[in-house]
Design a binder for this molecule. Structure first.
Ligand SMILES: Nc1ncnc2c1ncn2[C@@H]1O[C@H](COP(=O)(O)OP(=O)(O)OP(=O)(O)O)[C@@H](O)[C@H]1O
Ligand SMILES: [Mg+2]
Length: 512
């Protein structure tokens, strides 16, 4: 086939007074991986949703394989051959993996035996190489696994065009690489992948063409061969920018007593005998492959997963009957990985989302000091550059990156002693990422004990004083972050993973 699979001409979209997309004219070719990049709020997800039939354009046209998308519904777009994998996943937690994959395809599978559905699943899974168990309940899967289910769903629908909105944001480097193989295979079959991402390395490695967006407009579209990381950053920001990490404050004196100390903590969620110390002003990383139990450690410290044994203490005082409420009261803040499920109240506006955990601090004589609440909210919006900047903005409609900034503000708002950050910069653009990094450094400077979890090893190694290595729910080593290289750490982690349980601690996996 020649000619574009998708053609947008003069597409405009506004929400109220805000113009989100302006005069978008763009074509996607068959068999190409086409990156869509830009800052938070640039309009990438909105453009994807217009092609996927989730939003109707106010003006302009969308043609898919030569057929006009007249009625903008996801169903119609799918009939024409477009499937979208969302930034915030949209699966049914109560159903099984296989049911989710074939959900909505009942018309095709009606009358088929369960056995043949399983067979179809096995075939699909083999082609993708994901190794998912079709019978598991979706709600029990990690975000990375759920993302794979979404991808299988699109392939099961035989979509000619698959829009992937930040598909690797919760995957490890290894998993992202596997996804990229799947993308290459989809391309070889002549399908078109519209790939929205903030990872410029991925754009340069796997995409054929790139479209850069800024403020709802297209800055340029062109072959990837002509671009570099720097040229892409400059196009997104409209100015030249350095991609660097801020300097860390000096590591606190190692004889200083820890602010946070976790002793022999175990939970049913799968962490075993974990002991961790963090001193005031220290940033400590947790590194491990997906599923190694990093998030579970943060959840245990916060009391979100009950401890089956062990203690969490602040300044040598154990928190009794640890629960999220008691953890907050003791001064522990937690920024969880899955912001949509755990972090934000999406039916509320920006201001209450930020102030909710801190109402006691901004009340006088039991009355909420609304002026103070407004003042602090405005300060946070300015600090993180949240867009829209209105304190009564509806968080549910914010772009993914701006939701993440609201979530961070929520915790920066109070005066925590300990901050647990799980994937804090996931889904945010380069400018916001830098602000979040500065924020982490500021926390440490003001004496806060910080625990940092990120699947980007480079981020953890550059932004922490020390790191604990995790595997299978246990701490298997400790490194000075500054002196370790990403390659060394990965090498060590993979080695630990392939050893038998128990063997890991006994034999160091790589020469120090
Ligand atoms: N349903 C909606 N109602 C109101 N405003 C919306 C809606 N959907 C998106 N917006 C606004 O449109 C703008 C663009 O959002 P969009 O989600 O397309 O950005 P994005 O480029 O995907 O950003 P990110 O990198 O943060 O995901 C944002 O300012 C957002 O608040
Ligand atoms: Mg988006």
């Amino acid at each position: 086939m020649s000619g574009p699979v998708v053609r947008l001409a003069g597409v405009e979209k506004s929400f109220g007074a805000a113009r989100i997309l302006r005069d978008i004219t763009l074509e996607f070719a068959p068999g190409e991986v086409h990156a869509l990049i830009g800052e938070n709020g640039a309009g990438k997800s909105s453009l994807g949703k217009i092609v996927g039939g989730y939003y109707g354009a106010d003006r302009g046209t969308v043609d898919i394989l030569g057929v006009r998308l007249e009625r903008p519904t996801p169903r119609h777009a799918l009939q024409l051959g477009v499937a979208m994998i969302h930034q915030e996943l949209q699966l049914v937690p109560q159903l099984s993996v296989a049911q989710n994959v074939f959900l909505g395809l009942e018309t095709n599978v009606a009358g088929l035996l369960r056995g043949s559905e399983n067979q179809r699943f096995t075939e699909l899974d083999r082609r993708c190489g994901f190794g998912l168990d079709p019978r598991r309940t979706l709600g029990d899967l990690s975000i990375a696994e759920r993302q794979k289910v979404e991808i299988m769903r699109a392939i099961a629908r035989d979509a000619r065009v698959i829009i992937m909105d930040e598909p690797t944001s919760s995957l490890t480097a290894d998993e992202a690489e596997r996804l990229h193989k799947v993308i290459a295979w989809l391309r070889d079959e002549g399908r078109t992948i519209i790939y929205v991402t903030h990872f410029l390395d991925h754009v340069l490695a796997v995409c054929d063409r790139v479209t850069v967006m800024r403020d709802g407009c297209i800055v340029r579209t062109g072959p990837i061969a002509k671009e570099t990381k720097r040229s892409l950053v400059e196009a997104m920001l409209g100015e030249s920018a350095e991609v660097a990490y801020p300097a860390l404050p000096p590591a606190p004196d190692p004889t200083l007593p820890p602010r946070l100390s976790v002793r022999n903590a175990s939970t049913e969620a799968g962490i075993a005998d974990v002991s961790i110390d963090i001193r005031p002003g220290e940033i400590v990383g947790l590194v491990g492959l997906v599923g190694s139990g990093r998030s579970e450690v943060a959840r245990a410290i916060f009391g979100a997963d009950p401890l089956t044994s062990g203690t969490v203490a602040l300044d040598d005082k154990a928190i009794v009957n640890l629960s999220p409420k008691r953890a907050v009261r003791a001064g522990i803040a937690f920024i969880p990985e899955d912001r949509r499920k755990q972090g934000l109240v999406l039916t509320q506006r920006t201001r209450p989302n930020m102030s909710l955990p801190h109402l006691a601090a901004i009340s006088r004589f039991g009355l909420l000091d609304i002026a103070e609440e407004r003042r602090r909210t405005r300060a946070m919006i300015a600090h993180f550059g949240i867009v829209p900047a209105a304190s009564d903005g509806e968080v549910a409609y914010y772009s993914g990156g701006n939701q993440q900034k609201v979530l961070l503000s929520k915790w920066a708002y109070g005066t925590p002693q300990v901050v647990l950050l799980d994937e804090p910069s996931r889904g945010v653009d380069i400018g916001a990422r830098r602000r979040i990094h500065d924020f982490i450094v500021e926390l440490a400077q003001s004496g806060v004990a910080v625990l940092l979890i990120s699947s980007e090893l480079e981020e953890v190694l550059n932004l922490s004083h020390r790191s604990y290595l995790m595997s299978r729910g246990a701490i298997v080593g400790e490194i000075a972050s500054a002196s370790a290289s990403v390659d060394q750490v990965l090498f060590r982690l993979f080695n630990v993973e392939t050893q038998q349980p128990g063997e890991a601690a006994a034999s160091p996996a790589y020469p120090e």
